[in-house]
Design a protein around this ligand. Structure first.
Ligand code: UDP
Ligand code: MG
Length: 315
């Protein structure tokens, strides 16, 4: 066991209409942190709640956690990823733990997740809700989602979207999340060269309020997967993606129309046939795709960013 008493932790909690849970949640976190950690701070981002969340937070800060609790409030609901992103920016300590604000995640898991980071030199430990207390309408699509993401991303996790995760500070300062990309934090971290693993965690049923996501989460989730793959693989070289598709179309169109050219040369007669139209169509589409890729190149050339991430350095 590593002596966690020297460890400082920033807790980051995104909340959207979770007024009933907050007091109990902060109390649980305090108990764990007082027992295990040296210093800690709790950063709560109110993602544009329309209930009493903000007033509850202000009251908790004034009455119970004046120095520990840091609260931020969005002007409107910008989404969980945006809330996490602000929370990450505000963290001050070496370890960062994220939790959902609905009491489904258990803060008692955090010390052993930090152990895993320290003992095996990981950068991110993601919770795995092996036994889940959610309706089947959510758990089944989620299983499929996790399976596809783990195949596509090359990182073998069972539960990408668990709210409970523990990070080394470097991870949260490095990766950029927005929109609904919070689902892909382990993927983004892995692709940036961080060491990622998972740990089975306890999961509780939602006690108050209701889930903030409907079925649309799965459709959005897969569209975001396209974004993530595109950003990772092709943002530096959009022509490789669009150009390849374009060249394929050009080849198909070229072969078809070469055939018709051959027919015309030999027989000097030519009838317009569906296949001929397909050939012309393919050539046009091919040229369009290549131009699209070139336009993409033009855009990335004006927005070039460093591709590599530096782990440490001396100057
Ligand atoms: N959340 C948020 N902004 C949103 C939606 C959700 O900050 O637009 C928070 C929510 O308050 C909770 C966490 O993200 O703390 C996870 O949301 P939820 O429990 O509804 O998701 P589920 O458990 O159903 O996956
Ligand atoms: Mg929840």
């Amino acid at each position: 066991m590593v002596d966690k008493k020297q460890i400082n932790v920033s807790f980051v909690i995104p909340v959207y209409n979770e007024e009933e849970s907050l007091e109990e949640l902060l109390d649980k976190i305090k108990k764990v942190a007082d027992e295990h950690f040296n210093k800690y701070e709790i950063i709560v981002v109110d993602d544009g709640s329309t209930d009493n969340t903000w007033n509850v937070l202000k009251k908790l800060k004034r009455e119970l956690y004046p120095n520990i609790l840091k609260i931020y409030r969005f002007r409107r609901n910008f989404g969980k990823a945006a809330a996490l992103s602000l929370g990450f920016k505000k963290t001050n300590y070496d370890f960062v733990a994220t939790l959902d604000g609905d009491l489904q995640d258990d803060p008692e898991e955090i010390p052993s997740m930090i152990d895993i980071i320290l003992e095996k030199d990981y950068d991110l430990v993601s919770g795995w809700k092996k036994v889940r207390h959610d309706p089947i309408s959510k758990t089944l699509p989620s299983k499929i989602f996790n399976f596809v993401v783990s195949i596509v991303s090359g990182i073998r996790l069972h539960d990408f979207n668990c709210g409970l995760k523990v990070y080394r500070k470097e991870v949260v300062k490095e990766i950029k999340i927005y929109g609904e990309l919070h689902r892909y934090i382990p993927v983004l971290a892995h692709w940036s060269g961080f060491k990622v693993t998972e740990k089975v965690v306890k999961h509780h049923p939602r006690k108050y309020g209701r889930s903030k996501y409907g079925f649309s989460r799965f459709i959005h989730g897969f569209l975001d997967l396209l974004t993530v793959i595109f950003l990772h693989k092709y943002i530096k070289k959009p022509l490789h993606l669009f150009g390849t598709i374009g060249v394929l179309f050009l080849i198909i169109g070229g072969i078809i129309d070469a055939y018709f050219l051959g027919v015309w040369l030999l027989t000097r007669t030519l009838r317009v046939r569906p296949l001929m139209l397909l050939g012309i169509f393919s050539i046009i589409v091919g040229i369009q795709f290549i131009s699209l890729g070139l336009l993409g190149e033009l855009i990335t050339i004006t927005n070039r960013e460093e591709e590599y991430k530096i782990k440490e350095y001396e100057e």
